[in-house]
Design a protein around this ligand. Structure first.
Ligand SMILES: [Zn+2]
Ligand SMILES: [Zn+2]
Length: 147
């Protein structure tokens, strides 16, 4: 995703209004590697700009996604996540806390796949499920720590 100041220009050039609410969302999304959902972004935005509507958040996310500034990713269940990292990458999802991390896979375009039978894939999305480092640490050392 481009920098907030550039997005203001892009939106204006497309005839879209750039409200203070939208500019706040641009700032919150820029270099955001937490893969927020519309709801989680709304909670964060509301704490900074009370009264911002979920509808505004959805509309801005949809506009950014249709301009190719955001990728929309989903992991089978639950709401879509929005990803300002539009470079080729894959994800690791923690089954404990739900944290989503960007991972880069070598050779993902060159996998040997059986059973496609004429199906022509346009893209490949690899998701690693497991336990993140903080959940792993919490599980293996329950008695450690001073609290
Ligand atoms: Zn975790
Ligand atoms: Zn990502």
């Amino acid at each position: 995703m481009r920098a907030p100041a550039e997005l203001v220009d892009v939106f204006r050039s497309q005839g879209l209004k750039v409200t203070p609410q939208r500019q706040l969302l641009f700032r919150l999304l820029h270099e955001n590697d937490r893969h927020p959902t519309a709801e989680s972004l709304h909670v964060q935005a509301s704490s900074l700009m009370p009264g911002i509507s979920l509808r505004t958040v959805y509309q801005t996310l949809t506009d950014l996604a249709s301009m190719g500034e955001l990728r929309q990713v989903s992991f089978g269940h639950g709401p879509s996540h929005f990803d300002p990292n539009v470079a080729e990458h894959h994800h690791a999802v923690c089954d404990g806390c739900g944290a989503i991390t960007d991972v880069y896979v070598d050779g993902a375009q060159h996998l040997t796949v059986d059973g496609l039978d004429g199906f022509r894939p346009d893209s490949t999305s690899i998701v690693f499920h497991g336990t993140c480092t903080s959940c792993g640490a919490a599980a293996t050392s329950p008695t450690e720590g001073t609290s």
